[in-house]
Ligand binder design. Sequence first.
Ligand code: HEC
Length: 145
Amino acid sequence: MIRSLLAVGALVCGIGAVLAQSDPIATRKATMKKVGEANAEVTKINKGEAPFDLVKVQAALTAMQGAAKAMPALFPDNSKTGGDTAALPKVWETKADFDARWEKLGKEAAVAAAAIKDEATFKVAYADMGKNCGGCHESYRKKQQ
Ligand code: HEC
């Protein structure tokens, strides 16, 4: 029983890895889309357009940490074009800087997640988070119409 459960687990993980490899563009876009949606909710809270919601804030920070871990591997050399990607060639030209930005986002999201307990701590800990998003998009993503 245990052995077959392990086998199923290995299979499921294997499929995930194969999917990421076979369609890294779709996977990275879907990953970013999730982060974007979660962050949009938190931006509303930050602007005072929605009430503070610790669950939403923590969910967004979790999504950012997940993306920070997953994203660097989703830009293999054969995914520079196609699949309606908005990634600029610079991603592959300065991949070390690109990857370092993910690491920074992951670290800052983890620090914020630990610090945020209520609205007051949110205001302080979340203030600069968005700069990670905009800063990277500025250099590495095609301008959106
Ligand atoms: C280290 C660089 C980097 C960071 C940090 C980053 N992004 Fe992105 N993001 C990208 C790149 C590159 C793309 C384009 C991916 C593609 O089209 O292949 C993208 C695409 C997106 C998209 C469009 C997804 C779609 O539907 O195609 C959204 C939304 C987004 N990012 C939101 C965010 C938010 C919110 C943050 C901050 C919490 C963030 N990103 C942080 C590099 C980054």
